[in-house]
Design a protein around this ligand. Sequence first.
Ligand code: PHE
Length: 475
Amino acid sequence: TSKTQAKTIHKESWGSRVGLILAMAGNAVGLGNFLRFPVKAMQNGGGAFIIPYLVCFLLMGIPLLWIEWSMGRFGGKNGHHSTPFILDSMDRRKFWKYIGVFGIFTNIAVAAYYCYLESWTMAYVYHFLVGTFQELNQVEVASFFEKYVDLNTSTTGIPFEPIFFFLLCVVLNTWILSKGLSGGVEIASKIGMPLLIFFGAFLAYKGITLQAGKDGALYGGAVGLNFLWTPQFDSLANPKVWLAAAGQIFFTLSVGMGTIQCYASYVNSKQDIALNAMSAGWMNEFVEVVLGSAILIPISVGYLGIDKVVELTTSGGLGLGFRTMPFLFGQWGTVIGSFAGVAFFGLLFFAGITSSLAMGTPWMGFMQDEFKWKREKSAISFGLIVLILGLPTVFFFNEGVFDQYDYWAGEVSLVVFALLETILFAWVFGMDKGWKEITDGADIHIPGFYRLVIKWITPVLLLFVFIGSLIGPAN
Ligand code: PHE
């Protein structure tokens, strides 16, 4: 029958539970953990951010993780591995299938600008290895970035450098995806995640132990950390802070795109998801809250002071990461400074690639489910689309194309998709069946009040966030 045929063409699975959790954690841990989180916190008054952030994690992040994991395993039971078919399997109405198609587009649009960003990290590792930054002063290091992204003045080394590294990055992603789940994505996660933790631990150690007066630092590492970590309860009354916190929870957990469903659709139908989802989710929070707050802010504040760092991050964390950090690492001398640079951009690279691979899986699954394409063909088609959609961000970076992608695909679409999938799960599929899916085979006990949270609180919060995201990009 056609069903068994579909299964023989498309038979992938995770190699091990550890591999699955590392891949899921790799999906969540991304550039957002190191560049977006600390800056969002900074812009929202430092410690004012942390309480809404944790509340959003508990009432919106965790429920969405459970919803997406269980939807994925449910779809996988019926042989579906792409968002349109997974959503389709949950209700009779054809409408949901198209919502799934919308989810795939979101993935591709995010992948397009995300891979460009990821390619910068490769370029910076390269430039640290060849010592480009060693001779440059602070202004020159900052203008290196401007020169890099401007194709007219691209005099940073290799001709057409941003295009070169973008191509390299897309080819690498395509190649790993073509190797399949256990043979590609899982191996990349098993290599990338430990290295990321290792580099992160080194940089966090440097950040925390930064001392005023040593290596030219003005303040110790504790100044930045205290700023981020001193809770301010009056922030609970500020809607702007809530919106920013909710937006960060979305982006960092990679929910609202269908990537988690697609990864989870390869989980064995008897296997636990409740604990797996927690493990991957908390691993992401550990990396974000511990490593994410111990590197960028303590080091930059240590050298520049809080006011200056606030000023440098008004338009986001990328500038601080790519224009300022390479110079600050140089203050630690040639050897440690170069190692710190490789560690920082290497860490960003591993964080990035384990996320962009995840963005490829919904498309891969769809091509394989719907058109019975082979894995290699599916991977190449993904690479080509990312290339075509990504090139405008390369060519017109200075015209703000990148930021537009980030706002529409990386902010608004995620919330729309998450709201719709929560309605599908809790109200259409129904909480009785839904709860059974979440708790089936669970290795932990989930408190019963999460039934109410998923049915009422999560969708209401999502609705607020959606309205907020339309009023303006949350800062
Ligand atoms: N969570 C990733 C980050 O923090 C971004 C991402 C979003 C990855 C959506 C996959 C899907 O950078």
